[in-house]
Design a protein around this ligand. Sequence first.
Ligand SMILES: [Zn+2]
Length: 499
Amino acid sequence: MTMTGALVPFAEAMQRYEPVIGLETHVELGTRTKMFCGCITTFGAEPNSQVCPVCLGLPGSLPVVNQTAIEYTIRIGLALNCTIAEWCRFARKNYFYPDMPKNFQISQYDEPLCTDGYLDVEVNGRTVRVGIERVHLEEDTGKSLHVGGATGRIHGAEYSLVDYNRAGIPLVEIVTKPIPGTGADAPVAARLYVTELRDLLRGLGVSDVRMEEGSLRCDVNTSLAARGASQWGTRTETKNVNSLRSVERAVEFEIERQAAVLDAGGRVKQETRHFHEDTGTTTAGRSKEEAQDYRYFPEPDLVPVAPPRDWVEQIRAALPEAPAARRARLRAEWDLSEADMTALSNAGALDLVAGTVAAGASPADARKWWLGELSRRAHDTGTELTALAITPAQVARVSELVATGTLNDKLARQVIDAVLAGEGGPDEVVQARSLAVVSDEGALTTAVDEAIAANPDVAAKVRAGKVAAVGPLLGAVMKATRGQADAARVRELILQRLT
Ligand SMILES: [Zn+2]
């Protein structure tokens, strides 16, 4: 550890300092083929099976721009309220790295495709307008695997393997303007910005936006200045923060660390930092003060990109409803409070509930199942709601079976367990496990009589007018019917017998 080992508790840091944050987000586009060649882009394929002379940078090969990638980038730019360039060029960014076969990356430099937009983000009840500096298009690098070291990093590794399947996949970089004025909400604002951006990109259908698979990656910039200071502080750039929660933690940690540096009369160094998921801390990486010169120049192997205005307008006209507008519409349709809607959004359950409602469930039931029982299951197994092995249509069916009296809540939970365990759809499970509610009055009456006979003391109390003492009898009947009786009906039957 260096002199930056000390931290100032977050709340204390906020009394003296004002943070400014900024985010650079990389999104792998979901095009079928790569940015400059026809190689396919399926995730998780055999290493180096999706490569060709172009994406391996072999001499004499020439790139050709993927039109769908341009269209997707324009779609993103328009959804972020950007200006779409009438004419722009790709540029070569020159640097040496083993996972970059050409030893340069085709990117965009001073002529990005989209500029000067914004995204509104709701943060603790107020709208923060996040300025978008630029949206540009580039190609992804390959992937290095460092083997033999303790950390998986190159230092200490015995050897490294390189997989070029990812090299050349279209990558969009979305860069915000500095975001001042969020104060103590800065860490949350950073997380909510990325969340909103992810939902927007998913809605646009341009990427599968899976942070865990690296198709959405964030660099988080943080700086601190003394409250009331006329200038912003020096920023650090925390690289490749790979979950929404980590975005928030990275900002929080940097604020606590930088406050300690400034308190000690030190100077925050402009540098890139690495985020460590396990400890929630950052450590120093490259210093920006000795940053390399990428020697950008216009890419000579590609013609400029000049998207026709009528094409841009067609893309604009076909944009889907923005996430914020959709949330407002659904909230009205479902008659939910703002807090309920926020809970749904935060749980990532909005699309699931919408799908369940579309499949016939009431909004209240759909919300209840996804935010209650299913959220608990997801939490217990450490998965996302969307990764649970149950579809919105199946949840709607369970809800319907409860509404029609075939299942009670307890049986419904058993059906859900079985569906999650892969035993089939709700109807198959109900049939295979004979889980339907016992509604045969004869069978229920027999069970009630047996329970009364077996519990004479309790029965006597109820007969004497202590209706509240009915519990053990009810329990006995439910046990006898393996929980498959309608409890309200059983209670009625017991009271009919005893009062
Ligand atoms: Zn290729």
